[in-house]
Ligand binder design. Sequence first.
Ligand SMILES: [Zn+2]
Length: 243
Amino acid sequence: MFNDMNFKTEKLNGKSKPNGVIADLLDMDNNGNDHSCSNTETPLKADAFDLDDESKIDIIEEHFRQIMDTLGLDMSDDSLSGTPHRVAKMYVKEIFHGLNPDNKPFLKTFKNKYNYDEILLEKNIAVKSYCEHHFVPITGKAHVAYISSGRVIGLSKLNRIVDYYSRRPQVQERLTVQIANELKKALNTEDVAIIMEAKHMCVSSRGIQDEDSTTVTSSFSGKFKDRFRKQELIDMIRMGIKA
Ligand SMILES: [Zn+2]
């Protein structure tokens, strides 16, 4: 079944490209750079960070107060009166703080002095993001793997990359690709793989209200395109060794 995830890597001619994340993955893999992947960037205004955090909190607070007021809530109630400020602060300082490049983790790498040349996999990294279409939570796990091309990275940095790109309004496809791109850049290798499984509250708690469905996305590049490497990775993820 996982062989089906072996995206067709044959050259795509011109405009007959598939849409969506598969196309992005194919573009990246075929071109080996990101010039055709600008749609994997989070859409941001040119002046996105002209305002400082405190000014943003003030503006969002006022707008959120109006939303609550419009819904008919009595904003003089002492349980509600502090909510606009709490929400605004949470947006800017916590759940969307990954929008600001100033908050990007510093990804120091080290020489691979152990000459470890097999897969390194960090499993079950928490994903806590927000759907950009509904502003409700996306929660799940990411499995992040790479094969060193001479540099290695501190393990917790893998968690931090996932966390940074998760703390934005997101779609899961873009989040997966952004994490993969960042790791490729930091480690100067194409040999990176990501598998992510997440629950979208916009699916479970509204609309179709399906509690049990999850969404799985993946990105396999470089050596991970090899079906045996890919299978090895899948087996490692399935292995239940408890540390
Ligand atoms: Zn949604």
